[in-house]
Design a protein around this ligand. Structure first.
Ligand code: GAR
Length: 195
């Protein structure tokens, strides 16, 4: 059984999709949910599901990423995770932090990587006139949104789409893709999944 920790920054809908999947014969169990935002609504929802939660506000640390990460690391390590999932975690991690979890840290990103790493993915897809959008689960490496791809799900871009409409269509697929990839990953299967 793999112990799975999840980091969030906001609503945590992807985190909830992962937690709800980790029951029964699932090869993983959620052991911790952490956030850099103490007001993240997802924290309470995770606690209601019986998972240990902790928040470390990044703001008092200013630009000192290493100090923030050291504080965030304490409860993560205390939960002894085998796998660390970033699920809407909106802080860029230092190479030192990434190295510590190398080969066992996943992220979900709302674009078809390598297209549109970083922010505002849906606005960029619309501005480019793309006919297809989607989401990617990948292993985290020191380079932002550039680690090995473990899975992707695609959606059409529809005529008249707004950023919000496209984001919602993609998010529904994120909720299918991330649990499916984590199940495989926790079993040691790192082959690519396309939904
Ligand atoms: C999701 O769309 C996720 O892909 C995105 O933030 C959203 C979080 O929603 N992540 C990133 O943009 C990472 N750079 P959630 O809190 O409801 O899961």
């Amino acid at each position: 059984m793999k112990r799975v920790a999840v980091l969030i920054s906001g609503g945590g809908s992807n985190m909830l999709a992962l937690l709800r999947d980790m029951v029964g014969d699932h090869p993983g169990r959620a052991v911790f949910v952490g956030s850099n935002d103490p007001t993240a609504p997802g924290l309470q929802r995770a606690a209601e599901l019986g998972v240990a939660v902790a928040a470390v506000d990044h703001r008092p640390f200013g630009r000192d990423r290493a100090a923030f990460e050291a504080a965030m690391l304490a409860p993560i390590l205390a939960s002894e995770p085998d796998i660390l999932c970033l699920a809407g975690f909106m802080r860029v991690l230092t190479p030192e932090f990434v190295r510590r979890f190398e080969g066992r840290m996943l992220n979900i990103h709302p674009s078809l990587l390598p297209k549109y790493p970083g922010l505002h993915t849906h606005a960029r897809a619309l501005a480019a006139g793309d006919t297809e959008a989607g989401c990617t689960v990948h292993e985290v490496t020191a380079e932002l949104d550039a680690g090995p791809i473990l899975g992707q799900a695609r959606v059409p871009v529809l005529p008249g789409d707004t950023e919000a409409a496209l984001a919602e269509r993609v998010l529904r697929q994120e909720h299918r893709l991330y649990p499916a990839v984590l199940r495989r990953y926790a079993q040691g299967d790192r082959s690519r999944l396309d939904l």
